[in-house]
Design a protein. Structure first.
Length: 277
């Protein structure tokens, strides 16, 4: 288990070293305090505030479950302080998508803050889970609505399969998920506003090649790529030669990062078999 932990996550103490290692490879970092325990929401809030203070000019991933999104007023109070500190320290926030039970509350809160803080530029990204069969409706609504703010689109396939499959919201086949993801990429290039941004968060080479092809046609600098620490490293290095690439860096104690590790193991089992051969 220890090699897996060290490959895909790190501790708070290891964080400066890991950031330097990634940046020395011409890549950027998305910092993620991977504690989803809402019982410790006050501790989680202070950790995120401290993270932003100590690591300015970075992208910071936020799981609203860690801020007790079940109590929306409390979570939004925390997020208000986090957002203000992020703006002071030139950090961008990426609000993660999570499981079906809390996703609507996450959308509501994310939309509220985007409308307030993305007036002049993208400071907050919204995450779209393209393995959900309702995701394109959400994406199109956000894209086409009459808005006076800009959007940061973080496109993922999804990592909560076990929790979400019981709600009949997932595509029946992986091919449908791939097609939906690629449609989301096309939609951004064809319909987004000039200051909207796209974060293409995927290890799927076909989707990446499609995005690169669209980049050549549309000639925009508002598109970046993101991949998980310890996965698709060769692909990340190749992308870093010509494109802006982020490595998603989760950190925390073992008990904090365990839910993240379990999802990664399940989601990427075939890839992990090749890694540990």
């Amino acid at each position: 288990m220890i090699p897996i932990i060290n490959r895909f996550t790190c501790t708070r103490r290891q964080l400066p070293m890991m950031i330097n290692t990634i940046q020395n490879k011409n890549m950027n970092v998305i910092l993620d305090y991977s504690n989803e325990n809402n019982v410790q929401h006050q501790r989680n809030f202070h950790e995120i505030m401290d993270l932003i203070q100590h690591y300015p000019n970075h992208h910071i991933a936020i799981k609203l479950s860690s801020l007790n999104i079940q109590n929306k007023d409390m979570a939004e109070t925390y997020l208000e302080d986090i957002t203000k500190r992020a703006l002071q320290n030139n950090c961008k926030l990426l609000i993660d998508a999570e499981n079906y039970e809390i996703q609507e509350d996450i959308y509501d809160t994310t939309d509220k803050f985007i409308k307030q803080y993305n007036k002049n530029e993208v400071n907050i990204y919204k995450t779209y889970q393209l393995y959900r069969n309702d995701s394109m409706n959400v994406l199109k609504y956000d894209m086409f609505c009459d808005r006076d703010y800009f959007l940061g689109f973080k496109l993922v396939r999804g990592a909560y399969y076990n929790e979400d499959k019981a709600h009949n919201i997932l595509f029946d086949t992986i091919e449908e998920t791939h097609a939906n993801y690629d449609e989301g990429i096309e939609l951004f290039f064809k319909q987004s506003k000039p200051q909207d941004k796209l974060l293409c968060a995927t290890h799927n080479e076909d989707s990446i090649l499609k995005t690169i092809h669209m980049l050549k046609i549309h000639n925009t600098k508002n598109v970046s790529f993101a991949q998980l620490l310890g996965m698709s490293d060769q692909l990340s290095r190749q992308l870093s030669k010509e494109h802006r690439i982020y490595k998603y860096l989760p950190y925390g104690d073992f008990q904090d990062t365990l839910p993240y590790l379990i999802r990664r193991l399940y989601e990427n089992y075939p890839m992990l078999l090749n890694i540990f051969k």
